[in-house]
Ligand binder design. Structure first.
Ligand code: GLU
Length: 548
């Protein structure tokens, strides 16, 4: 048996068969084929959603194809159910891919499988062809040997890595390989790097622009001892076979580009375009840093869902981070689908390393919720509550009509209420409408209304109730409040009143505050007239009775 057959004992497809199985895509010249390649580690970084959306946005706009590829060659990091978790997260944020991994272990598209662990024979076939051409070789160095080598390199202050004279198995006689195979020593396959570290190559990235990078001389591992490829090999083979035109990925891969270009060339594949995206950053004290999975809850996609930011608000916010032009576009096209926005590489270039800003997200989110009908708010809030707040879901179901009425307050039109930024923040605004969830003591009310004596307060409230007619329209209701303010100005604003008793306009806001406090327990509330309408005369009277 030849050495190559011993390295690859299982039957493998031929490279020619593979080329036939993955034919060129028949697409227009400017159509972009893009892919996002999350690893199923059980954690979905906001950057994965960000990159996925960028990939899908370009593909849609250019009539191309977007692909969701599961990069699960690192079995040690894999977590059960993590693929479903990734698919759900993209779904939740309405990022759909044309091809790729789907639920129930099915795939969509003709260029699959779309899970790298199901493509083992494909990678092996290409690795085998590299070995046959002398462009790759087996390496039997053990972990201990490699560590010792690294220590020695460090001690001598030289660049660490498996290159040049340190590449111990690069030119070993075949007899050594046979002996190692006979001894059953595990091996990896390394790429025979053709580069010279002293020489620079010029590479043009669609975002980072033209850059000079040192050529790669490290004999990178391309096939691990478990028979699965490393990222470097897998991405090159997949991106070629899947017809990917634009490799859009995080810029942590930028320094590996020289290796990747060598692999594309060695395999005889056309090089795709590369676009390396700057990561989302945050301020930490006075310095900027990448969002960190360990330190920042906002690094996780699930965090936004838990807090209940509407998914389209998160997406609009991410689009503002991707491309500074998005905000102007959104202001001009408030109702358009964000998929219609023409994202550009130039935009991505100018957004470099955008800072995450919760205030901005909150303001976008408030606008989004303000634009929803009360039925939509009800449905979406209930959807969120069903997963995250059973008590709220129960209240919403048992008191559906009243909750819908509450949610209708100040909804619709240009002055729609903008105080809701996330579903998790709404409950307190519903709760005070229900007697069993409302708890205001006379003392607290009196403290909040300390500009009135208890007597004055009682008199004012009584007078209001005497004239209150729930069938009044909002203007009549307001007129009555105003009249009351005028009449009691002395009590409400003694200084203002004394200054100019004849011209005193009436402290309507002070009168309103009395009822706002008694009805809601707060100094701020949505439109008080609507609050009273939703509560109805009995509940209004019950709450006012606190002061008698
Ligand atoms: N699996 C890689 C990662 O999670 C994907 C990189 C790529 O998009 O090529 O970083």
């Amino acid at each position: 048996m030849s050495v190559v057959d011993r390295l690859f004992p299982e039957p493998l497809p031929s490279v020619a068969d593979l080329k036939a199985r993955f034919p060129n895509r028949a697409l227009a010249d400017d159509a972009m084929v893009t892919r996002v390649g999350p690893s199923p580690t059980g954690f979905m970084h906001i950057g994965t959603l960000y990159t996925g959306r960028i990939c899908a946005q370009f593909a849609r706009r250019t009539g191309g194809v977007s692909i969701l590829r599961i990069e699960d060659t690192d079995k040690k990091r894999e977590v059960d159910g993590a693929v479903g978790f990734i698919i759900d997260a993209f779904d939740q944020f309405d990022v759909a891919f044309d091809e790729g991994a789907d639920r129930n272990k099915t795939d969509r598209g003709a260029y699959g499988p779309y899970r790298q662990s199901h493509r083992g024979d494909i990678y092996q076939a290409f690795v085998r062809s590299l070995v046959e051409q002398g462009l790759a070789y087996p390496c039997f160095s053990t972990g201990d040997e490699l560590n010792a080598m690294r220590e020695q390199q460090k001690a001598s202050s030289i660049r660490t890595g498996y290159y040049g004279k340190w590449a111990l198995w690069r030119d070993r006689p075949e007899a050594d390989v046979v002996a190692a195979l006979d001894a059953g020593i595990p091996f990896v396959i390394r790429f025979r790097a053709p580069g010279n570290h002293e020489t620079k190559l010029t590479f043009t990235d669609l975002i980072a622009g033209e850059r000079d990078l040192p050529e790669n001389d490290v004999d990178t591992v391309i096939l691990k001892s478990d028979g699965l490829p490393t990222y470097h090999m897998a991405h090159v083979v997949d991106d070629h076979l899947m017809g990917v035109t634009h490799v859009i990925r995080g810029d942590e891969w930028f320094s590996s580009v020289p290796t990747h270009l060598q692999l594309f060339d060695a395999l005889g594949f056309d090089r795709p375009h590369f676009a390396h995206i700057a990561p989302i950053m945050k301020m930490d004290g006075t310095s900027r840093r990448k969002l960190s999975k360990r330190k920042d809850p906002e690094a996780t996609v699930g965090y936004f869902e838990e807090l209940g930011y509407p998914s389209e608000a998160v997406m609009d916010y991410l689009l503002t981070l991707m491309d500074p032009e998005f905000e102007t576009w959104r202001a001009d096209n408030p109702d358009a689908a964000s998929w219609d926005f023409e994202l550009t590489m130039k935009g991505l270039q100018s957004s470099s390393g955008p800072l995450f800003d919760f205030d901005k997200l909150g303001s976008i989110s408030r606008d989004v919720i303000a634009g929803l009908s009360s039925d939509a708010v009800y449905t979406r809030l209930l959807g969120w509550a069903t997963t995250h707040d059973a008590d709220l879901a129960g209240l919403m179901t048992s008191e559906k009509d009243k909750v819908t009425d509450i949610l209708s307050i100040e909804r619709g039109g240009p002055n729609a209420r903008k105080d809701f930024a996330m579903w998790s923040g709404i409950k307190p605004d519903l709760a005070y409408f229900f007697d069993d969830r409302f708890d205001l003591s006379r003392e607290t009310a009196q403290q909040m209304l300390d500009y009135l004596t208890p007597d004055e307060l009682g008199r004012l409230v009584q007078e209001f109730l005497d004239s209150y007619d729930p069938s009044d329209d909002s203007a009549t209701w307001f007129g009555k409040l105003k009249e009351l303010g005028g009449k009691h100005g002395f009590a409400l604003r003694p200084k203002d009143y004394k200054k100019n008793p004849d011209d005193y306009k009436g402290a309507v806001s002070d009168v309103a505050k009395i009822f706002r406090v008694l009805l809601t327990g707060r100094e701020r509330s949505p439109d008080l007239y609507s609050v009273m309408q939703v509560m109805g005369p009995d509940q209004v009277a019950r709450r006012c009775a606190l002061v008698f």
